[in-house]
Ligand binder design. Structure first.
Ligand SMILES: C[S@@+](CC[C@H](N)C(=O)[O-])C[C@H]1O[C@@H](n2cnc3c(N)ncnc32)[C@H](O)[C@@H]1O
Ligand code: SF4
Length: 415
């Protein structure tokens, strides 16, 4: 099958590229991403690749993950600069991850997404012993009504306890918040943010709820102007607490490191549904666990789609994610940031008042943050959603799609 997204063809590669070909495509050493696609309960708004957790399939999956890692490691000269373990709920599989991390050479930070109820004192000690030093807590809100509407498996108390346990224990503690201007009292996000700032977390990521048509929440309209207004209020509140806006949706304590998965210049993804950006190549692994494992069992990489990007498209993609961080260096060794397309996007941003020069970098202005917020939403709905909707079809074919829990039908009608 071939999917075409804005002129870029995502093809089923035949034959799949070899690990040596993938590694050779990277212009610089990539950050490592590892995907754990299991959750105990499925949240109806969540678009990420996941299936309900069962011990047997999880153990089989981790075995395949080790095979995939070994295939790339045989071609890698030296350590990876960073590791990010996301999901799903990676903290359901800490034993398997301990074994995997023991095999992965990583020079920099090792980050993991944590369901707040798993950040107990014992859980924190275990994650730390395994080698994780950056953690992200999926708090979403401290408001019981918001948590109920999102059907989150954690309570406001568990969310608070998780933060109290994590802050000061890890080199970087990020808290994820979700806001939904269509339904929330806007004050909820501001109260939630203030709570995080009072706890002194290193970073707060405030995501607007994205509504993917293939999730039980289904599609719904955004209120663009209200989102802009709320983000501007959030930025003002953050400044009052001495926090800096470092990316479109993130606020950091001064001096804290940034917790980030998507703004690595290049990344190599391992696991079902993981993607890799290697400059001229963008690859997506099989989403279905059987598809993923069968490929590895047959001695192939589990790459389901490969897009060969023309150089200008690769430069535009690279420039987009660099700008998303709020700061693009004027001088870079990265060939894609030196490409005329990247230079032109900086020039247009400055001419439109979305960015301005600060020292040897170009930084986003408040109106630039709003434009990037809009662009990010556009990328989500026009590039990511169609691809993930198609790839999620593998679950339907395997009969492993997450079952709708009672009450989801209500969510579909009310969103
Ligand atoms: C894989 S999840 C987090 C890890 C863990 N499974 C949990 O739920 O706590 C990563 C983050 O994505 C964000 N997220 C999930 N679905 C979203 C959506 N539809 N729109 C915006 N953000 C979303 C949430 O903030 C979530 O914490
Ligand atoms: S939000 Fe987290 S716990 Fe909920 S389904 Fe998504 S990955 Fe799983």
């Amino acid at each position: 099958m071939v999917s075409r997204l804005f002129g870029v063809r995502f093809e089923e590669p035949s034959p799949a590229p070899t690990p040596g070909e993938v590694m050779a495509a990277f212009p610089a050493r990539p950050g490592l991403y590892v995907h754990i696609p299991f959750c105990r309960t499925i949240c109806p708004f969540c678009p990420y690749n996941k299936v309900p957790y069962e011990a047997g399939p999880a153990a089989d999956y981790l075995r395949s993950l080790r095979h995939e890692a070994a295939a790339y490691l045989a071609e890698a000269a030296g350590p990876f600069p960073s590791l990010y373990v996301g999901g799903g709920t990676p903290t359901l599989c800490l034993d398997g991850l301990e074994d995997l991390l023991g095999r992965l050479p990583v020079a920099g930070e090792r980050a993991i997404e944590v369901l707040p109820s798993h950040m107990t004192p014992a859980g924190a000690a275990r994650m730390f012993d395994i080698g994780f030093d950056f953690v992200s807590l999926g708090v979403q809100s401290f408001d019981p009504e918001v948590l109920r509407r999102l059907r989150r498996p954690t309570s406001p108390q568990q969310n608070r306890k998780a933060i109290e346990t994590a802050v000061g224990r890890f080199s970087c503690v990020d808290v994820d918040l979700i806001f939904d201007v269509a339904y929330d009292r806007p004050q909820v996000l501001l109260d939630d943010l203030a709570t995080c700032f009072e706890y002194g977390v290193d970073q707060v990521s405030t995501y607007p709820l994205m509504r993917f048509g293939f999730t039980p929440f289904g599609k719904s309209r955004h209120h663009r102007a209200r989102e802009h207004r709320l983000l501007a209020e959030a930025a003002g509140l953050a400044a009052g607490f001495g926090y800096q806006r470092r990316a479109v949706w993130t606020f950091n304590r001064p001096g804290s490191p940034s917790y980030t998965s998507i703004t690595r210049p290049y990344h190599l993804g391992l696991g079902a549904g993981a993607s890799s950006f290697a400059g001229r190549w963008f690859t997506v692994n099989h989403f279905g666990l059987d598809h993923y494992q069968r490929a590895l069992d047959a001695g192939r990489l589990p790459i389901a789609r490969l897009a060969r990007l023309p150089r200008p498209a690769a430069a535009a993609y690279r420039a987009f994610w660099q700008a998303y961080t709020g700061c693009t260096p004027l001088h870079s060794e990265d060939p894609l940031l030196r490409h005329p397309v990247a230079a032109a996007s900086r020039a247009v941003s400055r001419a439109m008042g979305w960015a301005r020069r600060r020292g040897e970098a170009v930084v986003l202005t408040p109106s630039g943050y709003d434009r990037y917020h809009d662009l990010e939403r556009w990328v989500t709905y026009h590039l990511i959603e169609p691809l993930w909707a198609e790839m999620t079809g593998e679950h339907h074919r395997e009969g492993t799609e997450p079952a709708e829990s009672p009450g989801d039908a209500h969510h579909r009608s009310s969103h």
